[in-house]
Design a protein around this ligand. Structure first.
Ligand code: SF4
Length: 231
């Protein structure tokens, strides 16, 4: 049973979180990393007062069966919850496509969840050697990139995405990151400029360091069959 899935909030309808699909997003509660730019720090603790009972989530989805194509399990970090694969199967049985947003924090849990997903939005934090300066957790780079390997080996549809705050990653490191992704065979890559309205680390500046970088974006477009710049 998947009743233990802790959902900290939901967006009933979005066209942005699963390409080509009308989707509902479930924000799973809890995360083991502490990304300095995390824009939803309320999802980091394992429990929260905003949690929506799983049975209520299922009732909501029952009523939306003919209106939605997909359900995206996002976070927080959904793959930390043991109940995730069963919850994904329960939702799939209702006729929905299954999306997963993850940074692959625990490679074992991520690999397990991967088998239950139709599409993954995979959060590549930074080059493995740079990850800790963002996540504030030792070993996060190795975990992030091991999960990326599992994703690419799985054949599951995906998009790799990296959130950019120019105080945490500079353009030369972003280019090197993109080149490493390309060398691994990544086909779809998105750069998402950070949302500064709410960040875990309130000392991080909200103003960008860099102005427009057309040359960098041009080089990234050359590296991937599909490249997107957001924000
Ligand atoms: S941005 Fe980082 S800290 Fe926030 S939920 Fe995602 S992985 Fe966790």
């Amino acid at each position: 049973m998947s009743r233990a899935l802790r959902v900290g909030g939901m967006v009933p309808l979005t066209t942005l979180d699963y390409p080509g699909m009308l989707a509902c997003v479930l924000f799973c509660q809890g995360c083991a990393w502490r990304c300095r730019y995390c824009h939803n720090p309320g999802l980091i603790p394992p429990r929260a007062s905003t949690e929506v009972d799983w049975r209520r989530v299922l009732l909501f989805l029952q009523r939306r069966r003919d209106l939605l194509d997909a359900v995206v399990f996002s976070g927080g970090e959904p793959t930390l919850q043991e109940g995730l694969p069963a919850a994904m199967d329960e939702v799939r049985a209702m006729g929905f496509h299954i999306g997963l947003h993850s940074a692959g924090i625990k490679p074992g849990g991520f690999a397990h969840a991967l088998r239950h997903a139709d599409w993954v939005g995979f959060d590549v934090k930074a080059l493995a050697e740079d990850c800790q300066s963002i996540t504030q957790v030792r070993g996060s780079g190795a975990a992030n990139w091991r999960s990326l390997d599992a994703l690419l080996a799985s054949g599951v549809e995906y998009e790799c995405r990296t959130t950019v705050h120019w105080h945490l990653i500079d353009p030369s490191r972003l280019l090197l990151l993109a080149q490493r992704l390309q060398a691994l065979g990544v086909q779809r890559f998105a750069v998402q400029m950070v949302r500064t309205a709410s960040m875990l680390d309130t000392q991080l500046p909200s103003a960008p360091l860099q102005a427009a970088l057309p040359e960098l974006w041009g080089r990234l477009r050359e590296l991937f069959p599909a490249f997107v710049l957001r924000g």
